[in-house]
Design a protein around this ligand. Structure first.
Ligand code: 26Q
Length: 847
């Protein structure tokens, strides 16, 4: 990477904000804004005509979207201030959710719903002669995340605001979010997602809270008056972090919390030596080095290890956020840190922000003068860590050499943490050198590496997994040594999703029916959905439930026709798998089943054939070649099936391009069957599984992640279970023989023969060989062949069940009724009860 441009000690040119000498309360005094249609119309007109300067001839829809968004944002800002005043007034404890990803999706509909101006806004648009769907469709998804982990952070923010908890999100304002996926001849093509190009009406820049983040240089030590050492980070290069705030409204409760995203900017300083040497353009061009830190989201959902720019992003987020928190602390408490740990908590969303551990130590010691023991006590009491994966290839490690070059002072601190920790291990298990080696934060042997997960565990007051099985496996395998040392640190927090976006907003038909039946309390108390269960026996209610699903399927079918050019018949079973493309998630198993159905049709075995439409969607990491080949396979099989007259009315398959949050809002309500078919023990939780369940889809799934809890809640009779358990998976690997399994199973044999014959790739011979090889290899980690028979049998049970529409509808209702546990409100209340211990603080009313 380019050298960053500033050097310590060089002149600073206007980076310090101008301030007014004292507060001027009068400048914020305004009457409360009306929440009725006419007030919204007025504000809309002013923004459109005056602020944006558009006239009646304007035919572009984006300024219309912007004007409406700014009108609603004003109403959020009123409540935002009153929320912050309430928090400041009582000086409450706060939690900071640190995450490299916040997959927020669109904000307009969410603001309408949570502010309770959905009806007035629709009326306002009617008066203006505008159509909501068209305007809402203008908004670029805020795609600042890869998948589950990023969307979880977004659902958590919604729940925290709804529960009136003082929680703030800290993240990165990527210039380019998750790439847009185009499918060209079945191949994934990535296009940059320049989501900010047309402006983002939901963000407010706060240059007054700019901070500096240092990189490079080295440490020097000075003896303090008390004889201790004080470290100085010298010869660094620095980058400016500018915060942008995004309002996060709670559900109809006056609370608006904050998501603060950092953008990196070069300092205004120039490298004067280069400047004076006449290298003006080089000095200016070097700004790129600083500005590219927040340029682009890494599009891998399993870590792409060792990329220096990624480490820069991680430290940039951690340092800027901690400096921001400490600035606020010093403002009200001065240099007294005695209460700090009682008032602050940092929740790490996976290991990605784990630089926060040594950075908090550094700031407390080097900038605020605390000694090691006090700083360590504060760190260990304030930091908590959530793990999201067991896959060894996804565990973050940084080469000590790179870490030390970029963050020399932090490496000193990591070494010291490790030395003290290993002394503790030696105390507990004297002479157990192997255990010391196993548990060391620094992995030796070969290039020494920092194990970020171990650093997070050692420094945290709490370590949690994201579903019962996952947390259990963390304790028994990945962190077993640590669990023996500190059993009380470990706990489970089963994931959840917000029912506001995933039911109330995206499925208004179902929401209305539910509200008419059991009242509207379910939106913030999802366990009330249990009251739907008795209505499953009511034929009239079932008919209404079915009509809603039918309308949602019609909406999804329209979308499939628009985006894939294929006609889905809403009278068939809609069978859906949408998630990142990954071998462990086994989209391949799904395709093998579809090929099997096609084979049945071709050989005339259609006597009891249930017509179905299969939709598969998701993005592959750009460098994950086998995942991209799986997409190609789906597209190729789809082409053969959809073009073959024999499948007419029986079978369709599509690969749905550019799967994202706003697409899920249409897909989820229109789904009958939710595919959750990962190799057991590999999917930490899954959260799409929960969204489908709430919307009345039935699940076909393995005993993996939160599927286990979904089945427990729904009842085994309302869930299509198949496949090996996590324990059986481990045992099966011993002498796994896929060739024998294929030879013994006529259906699988015929499927593999079709694949091997090149039937789906007539003009591209050999392209699926890597896939065939993966399935037939005795070393296939995902045991695809092992679960094929059991999966096909479960799909047969699905088909039988679906043919009995009355009973299917019953099961659908019972799934929704049992989905209360999977509200992120429940998850957040669990985090708060066991880890954060925050008070719920109502916002000041808007008067
Ligand atoms: C790390 C380093 C470098 C580049 C990228 C990454 C990286 C980025 C994102 C690693 C992992 C992720 C995302 C992981 C993720 O989404 N995990 C999912 O988290 C969900 C929420 O807990 C779970 O439901 C899923 O089971 C889990 O796969």
């Amino acid at each position: 990477m380019q050298q960053l441009i500033t050097r310590q000690g060089e002149p600073i040119i206007h980076t310090e904000p101008l301030t007014i000498s004292k507060p001027v309360p009068g400048i914020t005094e305004l009457p409360a804004l009306g929440m009725d249609a006419d007030s919204i119309v007025n504000d809309f007109r002013r923004y459109f005509s005056h602020t944006l300067g558009r006239d009646r001839m304007c035919l572009s829809a984006y300024p219309v979207y912007t004007s409406l968004s700014l009108s609603l944002r004003d109403r959020l800002v009123e409540r935002w201030k009153n929320t912050q005043y309430a928090y400041e007034e009582i000086n409450c404890k706060r939690t900071y959710y640190l995450s490299l990803e916040f997959l927020m999706g669109r904000a307009l509909g969410n603001a309408m719903l949570n502010l309770e101006v959905d009806k007035p806004t629709e009326e306002a648009l009617r008066k203006l002669g505008l159509v909501l769907e068209e305007i809402a469709d203008q908004e670029h998804d805020a795609g600042l995340g890869n998948g589950g982990l990023g969307r979880l952070a977004a659902c958590f923010l919604d729940s925290c605001a709804t529960l009136q908890l003082p929680v703030m999100g800290y993240g990165i304002r990527y210039e380019y979010g998750m790439f847009r996926q185009k499918i060209d001849n079945g191949n994934q093509m990535e296009e940059p997602d320049h989501w900010l190009r047309d402006g983002n009406p939901w963000e407010i820049e706060r240059p007054e809270f700019t901070v500096r983040v240092k990189f490079g240089g080295h440490s020097e030590f000075q003896t303090r008056a008390d004889g201790g050492l004080r470290a100085h980070w010298v010869n660094f290069q620095d980058v400016i972090a500018v915060p942008y705030d995004i309002p996060v409204p709670g559900y109809r409760n006056g609370t608006v919390n904050t998501l603060r995203l950092w953008k990196s900017v070069a300092t205004d300083e120039f490298n004067l030596s280069e400047f004076n040497a006449g290298s003006y353009t080089e000095a200016v061009a070097a700004k790129n080095g600083a500005e590219n830190i927040t340029m682009v989201l890494y599009p891998n959902d399993a870590s792409e290890n060792g990329k220096e720019l990624r480490l820069r992003q991680q430290y940039f987020l951690a340092s800027a956020s901690l400096q921001d928190v400490l600035r606020k602390w010093v403002l009200t408490h001065g240099a007294h840190f005695g209460q700090f740990a009682d008032k602050n908590c940092f929740q790490l969303n996976d290991t990605h922000p784990t630089c926060a551990v040594p950075e908090l130590m550094r700031l407390l010691m080097d900038e605020h003068g605390l000694d090691w023991d006090r700083a360590w006590d504060i760190t260990r009491r304030t930091v908590a860590y959530t793990n999201h994966t067991l896959l060894p290839e996804a565990l973050e490690r940084w080469p000590v050499s790179m870490f030390g070059r970029l963050l020399p002072r932090l490496l000193d601190i990591v070494h010291e943490i490790n030395a003290r920790f290993l002394a503790e291990v030696a105390q507990r298990w004297p002479g157990d050198a192997d255990r010391q080696r196993r548990m060391s934060i620094i992995e030796e042997g070969g290039e020494p590496q920092i194990r970020m997960a171990y650093l997070a565990v050692v420094a945290s007051a709490s370590v949690n997994g994201v579903a019962e099985l996952h947390s259990h496996l963390l304790q028994q395998h990945l962190f077993h040594d640590f669990y023996e040392l500190w059993p009380d640190k470990f706990n489970n927090k089963t994931n959840g999703v917000t029912p506001r976006r995933w039911m109330a907003w995206s499925n208004p038909g179902l929401s209305d029916l539910i509200t008419r039946t059991i009242g509207d309390g379910w939106v913030t108390d999802l366990n009330r959905l249990k009251k739907l269960a008795p209505h499953a026996d009511n034929a009239e209610f079932r008919a209404e439930w079915r009509a809603v699903k039918q309308a949602n399927k019609a909406r999804l079918a329209e979308r499939v026709q628009r985006d894939c050019g294929i006609i889905f018949d809403p009278d068939t079973l809609f069978d859906v798998q949408v998630k990142r493309i990954h071998e462990y998630k086994r989209q391949l198993l799904n395709v093998l089943h579809v090929i099997h159905l096609y084979d049945r049709i071709k050989r005339g075995d259609t006597a009891s054939f249930l017509p179905r439409c299969v939709l598969i969607g998701g993005k592959a990491a750009p460098g994950y070649l086998i995942a991209k080949r799986i997409i190609k396979l789906v597209a190729s099989v789809a082409k053969v099936i959809n073009d073959d007259p024999a499948t007419q009315g029986l079978l369709k398959l599509v690969f749905f391009p550019d799967y994202r949050v706003s697409a899920m809002e249409v897909i989820c309500p229109g789904t009958d069957l939710s595919e959750q078919i990962s190799t057991a023990g590999k999917e930490a939780s899954g959260t799409g599984n929960m969204k489908f369940m709430m919307n009345g889809a039935l699940t076909i799934g393995t005993l993996d992640g939160a599927n286990i809890e979904i089945r427990e809640e729904a009842g085994a009779e309302n869930f299509f279970l198949f496949g090996l358990s996590a324990e059986e998976v481990d045992a099966a690997r011993e002498n796994y023989d896929p060739a024998a399994i294929i030879a013994d199973d006529e259906d699988l044999r015929r499927v593999m023969q079709l694949l091997e014959s090149g039937h789906f790739n007539l003009f591209e011979p050999g392209i699926f060989d890597p896939i065939i090889h993966a399935v037939t290899s005795p070393r296939d980690p995902w045991l695809t062949a092992a679960d094929f028979r059991s999966y096909v049998d479960a799909q047969q049970r699905v088909a039988r069940a679906y043919r009995d529409q009355e009973n299917w509808t019953r099961m659908s209702i019972l799934n929704t009724a049992a989905s209360g546990k999977f509200s992120s409100d429940r998850t957040i209340l669990d985090y708060n009860r066991d880890i954060w211990h925050l008070r719920q603080v109502p916002a000041w009313p808007v008067k």
